[in-house]
Design a protein around this ligand. Sequence first.
Ligand SMILES: Cc1cc2nc3c(=O)[nH]c(=O)nc-3n(C[C@H](O)[C@H](O)[C@H](O)COP(=O)(O)OP(=O)(O)OC[C@H]3O[C@@H](n4cnc5c(N)ncnc54)[C@H](O)[C@@H]3O)c2cc1C
Length: 414
Amino acid sequence: MMKYSIFSLARNARTYHQDWPKAWRSPDPKPEYDVVIVGGGGHGLATAYYLATVCGITNVAVIEKGWLGGGNTGRNTTIVRSNYLWDESAALYDHAVNLWEGLSQELNYNVMFSQRGLLHLAHNVHDMQEIGRRGNSIYLNGVDSEFITPEQVKEMVPFINLNCRYPVMGALLQKRGGTARHDAVAWGYARAADAAGVDIIQNCEVQGFDITDGKIQAVRTSRGTIKAKKVGVVTAGHSSVVAEMAGFRMPLESFPLQAFVSEPLKPIVDCVIMSNAIHAYISQSDKGELVIGGSGDPFISYSQRGSFDQIEHVAGPILELYPIFSRVRMMRQWGGITDVTTDRSPILTKTPVEGMYFNCGWGTGGFKATPGSGHVFAMSIAKGEMHPIAAPFSMDRFSSGALIDEAAAAAVAH
Ligand SMILES: Cc1cc2nc3c(=O)[nH]c(=O)nc-3n(C[C@H](O)[C@H](O)[C@H](O)COP(=O)(O)OP(=O)(O)OC[C@H]3O[C@@H](n4cnc5c(N)ncnc54)[C@H](O)[C@@H]3O)c2cc1C
């Protein structure tokens, strides 16, 4: 792999940037792998990368039905934070933030991780109680969080309208929260995984599995059958569909979630601002676009597009809180399919099929966990036992009742 650096940039400038090597190969699938990862989003690629680099398993393929990051990884609004309520979540999401902090250097790929700070605004008494309970719990878990007053919010966000229909009563601030560049995360992991020996196979759909005596034998794909000792399924919104191919049900529902961006503006929003009560949030990309999102559509669908009334539900409160944006034009809108669990926590699990593991249920908020999720999932697959950070997120919790209810922390959808 060519190391990206100021020197390689200068060397390639001499040949008018015509000779850069491809970031990853596109090999034909081999007949057999030690591990096949289904799904080439951030989580699948991160899993493959850590399998090869941390666990020493390099005979690995990532099978992606479309293009890398074409699922939710390339469609999300890039918010990264770890301010969840329960100890289990703190361990998982903060593990991810710790990995984010060194990720660009580790992958030799700029994922543009920007810890610009993240505000959860409180608009009513219930919100104040919720951020109070969660803020204290986060603090006890050693994760950074602070309460700030409306005046301090105004200092950070001078253009906010504090006394509108949604008065701002306070906020929870996580300074280590922020954003990262979503495509770069997929591409960075893909390039580094490829360099470590992983085969990345795009335009190859998994259509079924060969299972004998309850044990995985092979993955049936649109490019033939590939034998696999172990399979990790990381297919987000389509996880329940893939589970059905393997003969069991996943406790998931798939909902469309949309987002939109404005025309580019000069820098004005230098943190991420979320409002749980009104389901709207805003940040600004490095290109200058306002990145705006809210809650999912209230119906189950696989259509990868959102409905128009949600756009109105999100845009209305955004303009109440930030009237300065009333004449900004929206440039693009898109949707993704999010796989949502009843407790709004992810599923990292063994399955009824021996050798088959699932990493799903991240719903509307899994981008932030990409490095941590890939890391602990890879170690779980390699060892055949769930990593201690992943273990509480097993699918058994939906029958045992040991749920990890993060509905409030995930309320604004991220
Ligand atoms: C609009 C929107 C905004 C969001 N905002 C945020 C945010 O701000 N912060 C945050 O933390 N999270 C956010 N999320 C959630 C986040 O995007 C996801 O949780 C995360 O990206 C999931 O990553 P993944 O790798 O598991 O899935 P994906 O990136 O969806 O990858 C799954 C891949 O599996 C492939 N696949 C599916 N079926 C098959 C098959 N049969 N064979 C082969 N391949 C298959 C798909 O093509 C896809 O590429 C948002 C999501 C959306 C839609």
